[in-house]
Write a protein that binds this ligand. Structure first.
Ligand code: PAF
Length: 280
């Protein structure tokens, strides 16, 4: 496995691989890797000749400086994990490599980023689009892999690819959960054992109530989920929205969409967790 820190270095390597006719798969990450990332990596390895993983904690997508400072970082451990998984190249650039000049681009995603994460984390998706477009520009992958846990991010990336007319296939990958149901996230590392037990209730409640969703109206289901989660000692719901899975716009009634998705953000102590569920 090659660990490369510079844009020039990775570009040279990718150019020569492409000349050899190799297909390039790409998994962008911010490190602190877990089984969720591994599922993207495995798919990437099986679909492509070359799998490149980036590890870059992108400052422009953090609207909360504290969150950026506390974001878990362990490059050495992550590299060992990726080497074992069979990754060919790890690209771990510095902030200066990615942003030699401040990135002042402002994307317009219409209504997609005006709700949920976009509403509660102003500027977050603009930062995500800045870094992902920059990474795509450097690596020029054939396919790129993103987890469905960040459901709204996936919609933003797809819209960005469309707007910039990029020639990359976006491959969505299902949420990976612990045996308890808790959606895997790098932020779970920051939960103490009691908080972790409480955090399990998030998936327990949203998945449990998704089994008989049609016994409720959209608004009733929202209310029940929010109330049940807020009853748990250390949990505080920031939002729970039921949206059309394509437009990301909240629905009022089930017949408003054929693809209803419930998206939630919950504070467990000071750790912010997100999850989602599709209503079939
Ligand atoms: O999902 C993430 O880890 C990040 O938002 C991403 C896509 C790597 C961009 O920094």
């Amino acid at each position: 496995m090659n660990l490369i820190n510079t844009v020039k270095g990775v570009q040279e390597m990718v150019t020569s691989l492409r000349k050899e006719g190799k297909s390039i798969g790409f998994v962008p990450t911010m490190g602190a890797l877990h089984e969720g990332h591994l599922s993207l990596v495995k798919q990437c390895i099986s679909d492509n000749d070359i799998c490149i993983v980036s590890i870059f904690v992108n400052p422009t997508q953090f609207n909360n400086k504290e969150d950026l400072l506390k974001y878990p970082r362990n490059l050495e451990k992550d590299c060992l994990y990726l080497e074992k998984a069979g990754v060919h190249i790890v690209f771990a650039p510095s902030v200066e490599e990615i942003y030699p000049e401040p990135d002042t681009r402002q994307f317009d995603f219409g209504q997609i980023d005006k709700v949920m994460e976009g509403e509660h984390r102003p500027g977050h998706f603009n930062g995500v689009a800045q870094v992902v477009s920059r990474l795509f520009d450097v690596i020029k992958p054939n396919k790129a892999y993103f987890g469905e846990k960040d459901f709204q991010q996936l919609a933003i990336i797809r819209e960005m690819v469309k707007q910039l007319e990029l020639d990359v296939e976006i491959v969505p990958m299902p949420i990976v959960r612990e045996a308890t149901g808790l959606a895997l996230s790098s932020r779970n590392e920051r939960l103490n054992p009691e908080q972790k037990q409480d955090a399990v209730k998030i998936s327990e409640i949203i998945l449990g109530l998704s089994k008989n969703w049609n016994e409720y109206s959209v608004n009733e289901l929202k209310r029940v989920v929010i109330d049940k989660i807020n009853e748990v000692e250390s949990l505080q719901v920031e939002y729970f929205e039921i949206v059309d899975g394509f437009s990301l716009q909240p629905i009022q009634h089930w017949p408003d969409t054929e693809y209803a998705v419930g998206c939630i953000a919950v504070f467990c102590g000071d750790v912010r967790l997100i999850d989602n569920v599709t209503y079939y």
